[in-house]
Design a protein around this ligand. Structure first.
Ligand code: GAR
Length: 193
């Protein structure tokens, strides 16, 4: 990925909706000497997102936009991102769907992490569906975002084995632990590092 930047590292915003454990791992990664990115903004669609605490903790600017009026929120969002010279976006448990128009403005510069082996199990409730189908494996995927849900070009995937006693919770936990490693790896990969 080639990004124009007057800064040393690619200025990145992370979008969250919940716990923010991926945000935390990305922040940790960004502090690494080898990281090509810095995390300069956190966006959440809800003030209830626990992950917002990481923005506080690491003194990263943050903004809550509820997305009830998507068009207006995205307009505000674009203004904020531009003002803060944000060049790349990492979706990390962000549960709102961005419009085609927004995605177009950041074309090729929005990444997402999804808790399944895409193209299998796009959308919500992945673990429930995986267990219902008695799959032997699941995993996680980091991909570029395009205008179709969970359908952009895949950057990296990690497979995990499903045990006989697997529950939705145990599977979610197992996959999340892999997500924390996969997202940084995928970022290194797109920068050819
Ligand atoms: C993660 O498992 C992520 O893959 C998933 O939400 C969780 C967020 O956890 N994302 C999606 O389901 C997006 N469709 P976190 O808030 O602790 O990073």
């Amino acid at each position: 990925m080639v990004l124009s930047t007057g800064y040393n590292r690619v200025r990145t915003a992370v979008f969250i909706s919940g716990k923010g454990s991926n945000l935390k791992s990305l922040i940790k990664f960004s502090k690494n000497k080898k990281s090509p990115i810095s995390i300069n903004f956190v966006i959440s669609n809800t003030s209830k997102a626990k992950g917002l605490n990481y923005a506080e903790l690491f003194k990263i600017k943050k903004k809550v936009l509820n997305f009830k009026n998507k068009k207006l929120c995205e307009k505000k969002l674009l203004f904020i991102l531009k003002k803060n010279n944000i060049e790349m976006i990492c979706l990390a448990g962000f549960m709102k769907i961005l419009s085609k128009n927004f995605i177009e403005k950041f074309k090729g510069r929005i990444l997402n992490i999804h808790p399944s082996l895409l193209p299998k199990y796009k959308g919500l409730n992945t673990h429930k569906r995986v267990l219902k189908n008695k799959d032997k494996y699941s995993g996680c995927t980091v991909h570029f975002v395009n205008s179709r849900l969970d359908s952009g070009k895949i950057i990296l995937q990690k497979k995990v084995k499903i045990s006989k006693k697997e529950t939705m919770n145990s599977l979610a936990k197992k996959i999340l632990a892999q997500e924390h490693k996969l997202y940084p790896k995928a970022i290194l990969k797109i920068f050819n590092l």
